[in-house]
Ligand binder design. Structure first.
Ligand SMILES: [Zn+2]
Length: 239
């Protein structure tokens, strides 16, 4: 019984399988640092947003302290006016101080109202901040988990790459020299596997374009590597 596939092609297919594995490892090692950078940027963004929200709260607290000081100094002013009143002798001076006292008392009332409003704002702000912080912490944990997973994967792949290269070298040494030369030529021209494809329904399995009947019949000879005239891949007859 005739062998269904050219045995030299079969060896190239084994080599291609090892090459694909190596290619996938190398591609992953290229993309993992980009993925890591993406998650690190998300973490930085998250932390910056929380820091900004915290700063806003602190500013409210500063405003509250300022108001508090304003109230205290207005109250001190009132005490001063009252002491002055004890010393003045003229009635119009006394009246003028009474007027100042009233104005300052009104100011104190306004400041105290503003302070109450601000304290409510601070309470609400603290509540919102605590909620936002909890949500942000959850997202941060997810990002950190993703980073850890990626780093583990990177370590695993780095550990596998030498073995994958050795596998490629081993299968290369088992290839027929002429077939290997053709394979290497395709590999130099194409960025990624497959480099070897079966003909299916008169079409190259790599580029899916129809191959000529000359090409197709050449693959049936199983005596030399045949290339797809469209994409350059090595094509073979499977049945
Ligand atoms: Zn093709």
């Amino acid at each position: 019984m005739m062998q269904s596939v050219d045995p030299e092609i079969e060896q190239l297919l084994i080599l291609q399988d090892r090459d694909s594995r190596l290619y996938n490892i190398e591609q992953s090692l290229k993309t993992i640092p980009l993925e890591l950078a993406k998650y690190q940027a998300k973490i930085a963004e998250e932390e910056a947003a929380i820091a900004a929200a915290h700063k806003e709260l602190q500013q409210l607290e500063v405003r509250r302290k300022d108001l508090d000081n304003d109230v205290k100094s207005a109250e001190e002013q009132i005490v001063k006016y009252k002491n002055q009143q004890l010393q003045v002798k003229k009635n119009d001076e006394y009246q003028a101080l009474t007027h100042e006292i009233e104005l300052t008392e009104n100011k104190v009332n306004e400041l105290e109202e503003a302070e109450i409003g601000l304290m409510l704002e601070i309470d609400e702000g603290n509540e919102q901040f605590a909620k936002a912080k909890a949500e942000s912490d959850e997202r941060l944990q997810l990002f950190r988990d993703e980073i850890e997973t990626l780093q583990d994967r990177e370590q695993t792949l780095k550990g596998e790459i030498e073995a994958a290269k050795a596998d490629v070298a081993k299968e290369m040494s088992a290839c027929n020299a002429r077939y290997l030369q053709s394979y290497e030529r395709v590999k130099r021209r194409r960025p990624k596997p497959p480099f070897v494809s079966a003909i299916e329904d008169h079409k190259c399995g790599g580029c899916h374009l129809k191959v000529s009947s000359e090409t197709e019949s050449a693959t049936r000879q199983k005596s030399e590597p045949v290339h797809c005239e469209n994409c350059g891949r090595i094509v073979y007859w499977e049945l």
